[in-house]
Design a protein around this ligand. Structure first.
Ligand code: PEP
Length: 250
């Protein structure tokens, strides 16, 4: 880990209901402990729970994010969609964009770029997910893929303020398979250098995401250029999530 704040982003995907909110108190409690001063907690529940999460986390250290938005902002005839403006108006601070599960639903780098520009205009903090598929990895194309994704997704963005990058190899998400620390280090280093060159600013937060759990966290936390984790499956269980936080920090 770097010496900066340590991010723990919980991506609940299409899981959770009102009862899942009750146990959030456990995380609120540990977030208040002096041992976890450096930890930043960001919960990204489904849209249906955003409002309840926001209410429950008022005056706590827990921040709230959405998992996506439409590529058109404001309001309009887009059945089933939610805009960045609507998300922001609720009081939400963060938004995950470019997640591989959205990419496989049809989100191209160009669409993600539109969503990013809109979200930044709305003053949401964007967590942009990038990462290679298994085929890319086998063909040793990781860096090429990351370069294309970063170039296209961040096109026309003037500054990197409010952008967090999550390095998430597609083949690692939800599979239990995790890259070696050396591979994560190498790809995160590339991302940090890329952003440094593009925006002339070296302070970029880069997270690792992909099958982070209580068993592998002890190894993953040794990677000294990452600023935290984006956690899917294991974040839906508060005890597992808290265990990951404790094992990272203490
Ligand atoms: C994710 O949803 O971004 C993710 C990393 O999921 P998991 O931790 O389940 O692999």
């Amino acid at each position: 880990m770097t010496n900066n704040n340590i991010y723990f982003v919980a991506n609940w995907k299409m899981y959770g209901n009102l009862t899942s909110l009750n146990a959030l108190n456990k995380v609120i409690n540990i977030s208040r402990s002096k041992f976890f001063k450096k930890a930043k907690f960001i919960y990204c529940p489904p849209f249906t729970l955003l409002d309840q999460f926001l209410k429950k986390t008022i005056n706590t250290k827990i921040e709230v994010g959405a998992q996506d938005c439409h590529f058109v902002n404001g309001s309009g005839p887009y059945t089933g969609m939610i805009s960045a403006n609507q998300i922001k108006k609720l009081g939400t601070k963060y938004i995950i964009l470019g997640h591989s599960e959205k990419r496989s639903d049809g989100d191209t780098n160009q669409i993600i770029n539109k969503k990013i520009l809109i979200s930044i205009k709305e003053k949401l903090k964007v967590i942009l997910c990038v990462g290679e598929t298994l085929k890319d990895k086998k063909n040793k194309k990781e860096i090429n893929v990351l370069k294309t994704q970063l170039n296209s997704c961040l096109k026309n963005l003037k500054q990197k303020k409010n952008i967090i990058i999550a390095y998430e190899p597609v083949w690692s998400i939800g599979t239990g398979r995790v890259p070696t620390n050396a591979d994560i280090y190498k790809n995160v280093k590339f991302i940090k250098n890329f952003i440094k060159k593009k925006f002339k600013n070296k302070n970029i937060v880069v997270l690792y995401g992909g099958s982070v759990n209580q068993k592998n966290i002890g190894i993953l936390k040794k990677i000294n250029n990452i600023d935290g984790f984006l956690i899917g499956g294991a974040s839906q269980n508060y005890d597992k999530f808290i265990d990951i936080v404790k094992k990272t920090i203490i």
